[in-house]
Design a protein. Sequence first.
Length: 280
Amino acid sequence: LERARDYLHKTGRFIVIGGIVSPVHDSYGKQGLVSSRHRLIMCQLAVQNSDWIRVDPWECYQDTWQTTCSVLEHHRDLMKRVTGCILSNVNTPSMTPVIGQPQNETSQPIYQNSNVPTKPTAAKILGKVGESLSRICCVRPPVERFTFVDENANLGTVMRYEEIELRILLLCGSDLLESFCIPGLWNEADMEVIVGDFGIVVVPRDAADTDRIMNHSSILRKYKNNIMVVKDDINHPMSVVSSTKSRLALQHGDGHVVDYLSQPVIDYILKSQLYINTSG
């Protein structure tokens, strides 16, 4: 999430104001998947010091497993209800004014980024109802400077408005992107919505050839412009970010687990005896 946000900011096309971690439902059925109760706590511990990333339990709390498409649609619909605004997708951007500022405030724009030549786009906006917007805004201005506006409201002359397009994007590793190419694994209608309406931010894994992956799928080729690939940092490769490697390190008593996980998460895992062999 941190690497993806940095990359999106550098493109000059986006200002990321929130990130969400949505643990999968228990009935997903993956071997070794621990209870969502534990996974939610571990995720919350992992992001407890972040002022822009949060963990959302909605997916875990449903009666059964939810598709990726339905999770994205849930957050899109939630933001529409919270803000009263229509969220844009990649093909039909919305021109709805979203964030307001009283005219007697400073005339300086709320969002400042010298690399953004055009009006900003918010990638993956999210938030709980009633939470301060300052928690998920990248510049965290005083919350009283913001007003959520109904799309049909008579704006009059009381407020000055920034026009932004709200976007929700799916962040994934290149291994998930490659799974789109496996026949029958994904519902094609869902793939059209995920890539065509929302868009994807891809973090490469182990020097994966993302161009080759995209060319292997007709849907990925069709919406190639909606897929943004984060450039890997040779000094800090993203291949070290791996839940599989983390679990193996725990099982083998490998001290390098501190390279993968924060100490509060490690402490919780040890206390709850997760991922550890009975002999260990």
